[in-house]
Design a protein around this ligand. Sequence first.
Ligand code: PMP
Length: 430
Amino acid sequence: MSTKHTINKIDIEFDKNHIWHPYTSMTEPLPVYPVVSANKNIITLESGEELIDGMASWWSAIHGYSHSVLNEAVNHQVSKMSHIMFGGITHAPAVNLCKKLVEITPKPLTKVFLADSGSVSVEVAIKMALQYWQSQGVENKTKLMTVAKGYHGDTFAAMSVCDPINSMHSLYQGFLPEHIFSPAPISPFDGEFDNTELDTLETHFINNHKEVAAFIIEPVVQNAGGMNFYHPDYLAGLRQLCDKYDVLLICDEIATGFGRTGKMFAVEHANISPDIMCIGKAITGGYMTLSATLTSNKIAKGISEGAAGVMMHGPTFMGNPLACAVACASIDLLLATNWKKTIVDLNIWLSQYLLPCSQLNAVKNVRVLGAIGVVEVNEIVDVALFQKQCIEQGVWIRPFGKLIYLMPPYITPEGDIKKLAEVIFNILDR
Ligand code: PMP
């Protein structure tokens, strides 16, 4: 019997009535736009309209869409085996990927746990920290410390260290673990560093370190919690405080990893290494969901010496061969290009073309770091209206709160950055 494929129009009504999209209401959902394909940095709608992508699918599609090298890696792997359980089995895509990760991440990080998504890698990082202290016989280190304005994912442990207001902790009060928050870093990335920030932070360490297993932070760029670009000296000082007070440092590089800030990993801006690092998003060039949690020999050994003797996590799709194969290809592709120069170029274009926005009354601040451009406005953006106006002008941008931001695929040409910035200007200039 032959299978007949018919090309149906995407059933928008069904979508509206039955499918949840990220952070939306089921009864009053925001509009969604039917997409049929994406190539390079262009997204094609079902209507035939083409949009310049300013989002890289939430930081992930760094090489653009439908890249021939990544397509080939997926096709090659799918013809061999798309999935196999990781319990009791290993395979070349996972081993090759982990070798590459050990090579490109800061030195002490040599042990890799592969997981399914960014949030899960954060869960794993937290488990690692808790298990480590348990194995050392330190029983009261059961809390986490972090900063306001952070974002680490939507699963419960990850959410518990997100900014309490942005991630609506009140909704889950009574169930969500309560951790220790210090103020968000303030000194700007390329401004003067105010040392008193570290004094405040140290007070939190003095008061709480005995019960704190780990401090978790997004290095240098706080992403979904406010697009805050903070000073690398803060991170360097934090590393010292963690050492001084026996607290592990978890750096969440899920958004910043793989070159986005101009360094392969954002911790390099501060010349520090975390004890545990989470990576995800761009790891597969945006092709598949995959993440990894890396740690040092010391922590891994500590965990293994504990009562459990094992790392207590093992998802069904751990080490998925398709995801690992495309991740290997994506990392090779990145390393084969002059990616640092690419990010510098993107930085120059974003700075140049977003600058006119800073003259507008609606705009509070324009800031650019690496290949991330942010226009912070004074009023909360009407997302539905803003996106409609973007689409009318041929671009794809998804703002949140008072933040309109660009983090385009690395292959985006100058003309398209200019166009993205001009559309933001035109909309805000009304
Ligand atoms: N950490 C950071 C810094 C993130 O930006 C995100 C996703 N926006 C996550 C964790 C969660 O990743 P995921 O959505 O893949 O679960």
